[in-house]
Ligand binder design. Structure first.
Ligand SMILES: Cc1cc2nc3c(=O)[nH]c(=O)nc-3n(C[C@H](O)[C@H](O)[C@H](O)COP(=O)(O)OP(=O)(O)OC[C@H]3O[C@@H](n4cnc5c(N)ncnc54)[C@H](O)[C@@H]3O)c2cc1C
Length: 540
């Protein structure tokens, strides 16, 4: 029998018997994704859209209820745009760019995460995680109608894994009994407690933070602005060491209280106690309903590497961070962005298997950056000694009057994509262009005369020339390289120039399918482009 560990918010893939269960011998699949959370579904959508058949096994019949991620970052919006379901996130989500930081009663400062013009997407949308997962699954259904080779099997729980070197076999339990499958490649997207990780006897390294956070999602119509409000040492009664107020769709607000380590969890979850805290925060006479309450603790840790032969780990199964900074699901989606094109090329025989090691190297680096930011935020929120608390409070006081101290205030540095500086897949950086779009960085959006730049980059290797003549087409290492010829005439507000050329008059960028820059030059040279493509697919 398949364990039911949580109730579902949306039942999206009820159990259905599959022909594989009635075959005498285990059926082999090119890719099996274990776990249909946001990372597993994004992975399946990306691979399937590239034409690589993918099977998702999830132990439930749909998306879990509960309050987890709410903040989805610009990079996630850009990736989901590529996957075809961003508009629904924007339509449903609460767009925000401004945050305010308070210390006790005092507002210390505010910040705007998106002061730049010329970006299609906001810094963040707030959206309940179940909606995000539903939109991904709905998009998979759309793709299935078009013949995209993605299969989802609900109530299929992986109970054992056997590594045969160049393939794996899996024991799968279902409501109608067990069966066995084989996979050339297995992607473990089975969450923080990852049964696959345990089945392979693999460990996890990092820190456990000794703190408890109370979530209260409340439904109310009070006119708080659509901003992130964060309090250090909140002035309202029993609010703990920090508190957060954030708007979600459907008139719901996320309130987060930092309770400390030594608490009686059962008592803290009593409705009257929670209501007393919320009443003190929202003030007299605010009418609200409690939609969801829970207490969470967290860890900052990662696996040593994310590839183990034919098994690849992505999302929370590979790395975990505190929720401050919204780096969990956002970084998991970046894992899929990095892995999908590489695995697709390997399966199609266009790149060597060793390209997959670069997935591990690049995303371990990304995870470390997230863990560092997350740990620092946690240390700032919960100073571990009297001296660090004195320092923290001095920074908060200074920040109120002096701008230079504001970058030192850390209530969670919000998720941004990492730059793969100096990694082996990178090519030449000969342009002397802007740092933000250097080799290894993910492309920054820009307004074009028609639409936005990222819409034109899409899903494959692209050679972008600005004020440079490009050939009609280019093949390199068996890949078709798409040409994107732009000029100053396509640059109505000048941010293509500012973001990609700087002081140069012209430039050429080679861009990977995950929209990270491979190489850039002042002019077009076919041999240099060929060499950079070779390098970028792990043949260099
Ligand atoms: C309070 C809180 C707030 C957060 N806020 C944010 C935020 O604002 N922004 C953000 O980016 N992140 C946030 N996160 C983190 C985010 O929720 C996680 O990073 C995200 O859910 C990870 O997705 P995943 O797909 O890797 O794993 P999961 O969402 O855990 O999905 C794993 C899936 O695998 C399935 N599964 C497990 N075992 C098996 C098995 N044996 N066989 C088959 N299926 C299996 C599970 O049922 C599940 O469907 C927050 C987390 C918490 C707790």
């Amino acid at each position: 029998m398949v364990d039911v560990r949580y109730t579902t918010a949306f039942e999206l893939y009820p159990y259905q018997r599959h022909a594989d269960q009635d075959k005498g011998a285990p059926q082999r699949h090119p890719v099996v994704v274990v776990g249909g959370g946001p990372v597993g579904m994004a992975m399946a959508l990306d691979l399937g859209r590239k034409g690589t058949p993918v099977l998702v096994l999830d132990d439930h019949a749909g998306v879990g209820q509960g309050s987890r991620a709410i903040c989805f970052a610009r990079r996630t919006l850009e990736i989901t745009d590529r996957l075809g379901c961003e508009q629904r996130m924007l339509d449903k989500g609460v767009v925000w760019n401004v945050g305010r930081v308070f210390h006790g009663e005092q507002e210390i400062y505010d910040f705007n995460l998106s002061p730049d013009e010329g970006l299609r997407n906001p810094a963040f949308v707030n959206l309940q995680q179940p909606y995000f997962e539903k939109f991904l699954v709905d998009q998979i259904r759309v793709e299935q109608e078009r013949g995209t080779p993605i299969d989802i099997r609900g109530c299929n729980q992986v109970t054992a894994l056997h590594d045969h070197g160049d393939f794996v076999s899996l024991d799968v339990d279902t409501p109608e009994g067990p069966y066995t499958l084989e996979a050339d490649w297995l992607i473990a997207c089975d969450g923080a407690r990852s049964p696959v990780r345990d089945m392979l006897g693999l460990g996890f390294e990092g820190r456990v933070f000794e703190d408890n956070f109370l979530i209260a999602d409340v439904k109310m119509s009070a006119p708080f602005p659509t901003e992130r409000w964060f309090w250090f040492e909140p002035p309202f009664k029993n609010a703990g060491q920090s508190a957060l107020l954030h708007k979600q769709p459907d008139g719901i607000w996320r309130i987060d209280f930092q309770l400390g380590w030594d608490i009686d969890r059962k008592k803290e979850l009593e409705v009257e106690r929670i209501r007393a805290r919320v009443d003190a925060m929202l003030g007299e006479g605010v009418d609200y309903e409690l939609e969801w309450t829970s207490i969470y603790t967290f860890q900052c840790r990662r696996m040593e590497k994310f590839r183990h032969g034919s098994v690849l780990f992505a999302g929370d199964s590979a790395h975990q961070v505190s929720p401050f900074g919204a780096r969990g699901a956002n970084s998991g989606v970046q894992d899929t962005d990095n892995l999908a094109w590489k695995l697709d090329l390997v399966i199609k025989g266009l790149a060597p298997e060793s390209l997959l090691d670069s997935y591990s190297d690049e995303r371990v680096f990304g995870a470390d950056e997230n863990i560092l930011n997350s740990s620092r935020a946690t240390d700032f929120l919960t100073p571990k000694s009297r001296v660090s608390k004195t320092f923290r409070n001095a920074v908060l006081q200074l920040a109120q009057h002096h701008e230079f101290a504001r970058p030192l205030v850390n209530s969670g540095r919000l998720s941004v994509p990492c730059v793969y500086d100096n990694f082996p897949l990178n090519g030449e950086d000969l342009l002397n262009g802007p740092a933000a779009t250097r080799v290894g960085a993910s492309c920054v959006d820009a307004t074009l005369d028609e639409g936005f730049l990222l819409d034109r980059l899409g899903n494959d290797f692209v050679l972008m020339g600005i004020n440079v003549a490009l050939p009609e087409s280019l093949q390199a290492e068996g890949l078709h390289i798409r040409m994107l010829a732009l000029s100053s005439g396509n640059d109505p507000i000048g941010n293509l120039q500012a973001r990609y050329l700087g002081d140069n008059n012209a430039g050429v960028y080679l861009i990977r399918p995950d929209q990270h820059v491979v190489a850039r030059w002042p002019d077009f040279n076919a041999a240099r482009v060929q060499a950079a493509v070779k390098q970028a697919i792990g043949k260099g």
